[in-house]
Design a protein around this ligand. Structure first.
Ligand SMILES: [Zn+2]
Length: 140
């Protein structure tokens, strides 16, 4: 089991709470939370649409939430997925690029977890950097 620091625990709890607001039509409930340059935590959830490609992922929702409050730089992100799904919790390719676009550094940590019955499954938490998950990010 990975040892989590205070920030990671705080982000996971915020992402778990945000997962409860997910608007899913057929998919998986996902919550995300970022800590931004102002030190505040901004949450997001996935929002689906009946029109393919129109919905948004929890990670981009959380980053947009931070931007709305004047932040253009995020320090860390957590993603929590409902354990009902077999897939490993991790950002999709589009979100990895979006995280990279707003990341404070290539070493930004992405904390990934599943949740069951309102609790984070701590034994399955994984932490990777954005550079590990997207080594060939599109750069300006
Ligand atoms: Zn995504």
């Amino acid at each position: 089991m990975i040892e989590l620091d205070e920030c990671e625990n705080r982000l996971l709890q915020a992402a778990l709470k945000a997962m409860g607001s997910a608007y899913v039509l057929w998919g998986i409930k996902v919550g995300a939370a970022v800590v931004a340059e102002d030190g505040c935590v901004y949450e997001g959830c996935n929002v689906e649409s009946w029109v393919s490609g129109l919905g948004t992922c929890a990670e981009r929702c959380a980053i947009n939430h931070a931007v709305l409050h004047g932040n253009r730089c995020i320090k860390e992100i957590a993603v929590v997925m409902d354990a009902k799904n077999d897939a490993e919790p991790r950002p999709c390719g589009a979100c990895l690029q979006y995280i990279y676009d707003f990341a404070q550094s290539a070493r930004l940590k992405i904390v990934m977890a599943k949740a069951e019955k309102g609790k984070i499954l701590l034994e399955k938490v994984r932490i990777k950097t954005i550079e590990e998950l997207l080594p060939l990010a599109y750069r300006k």
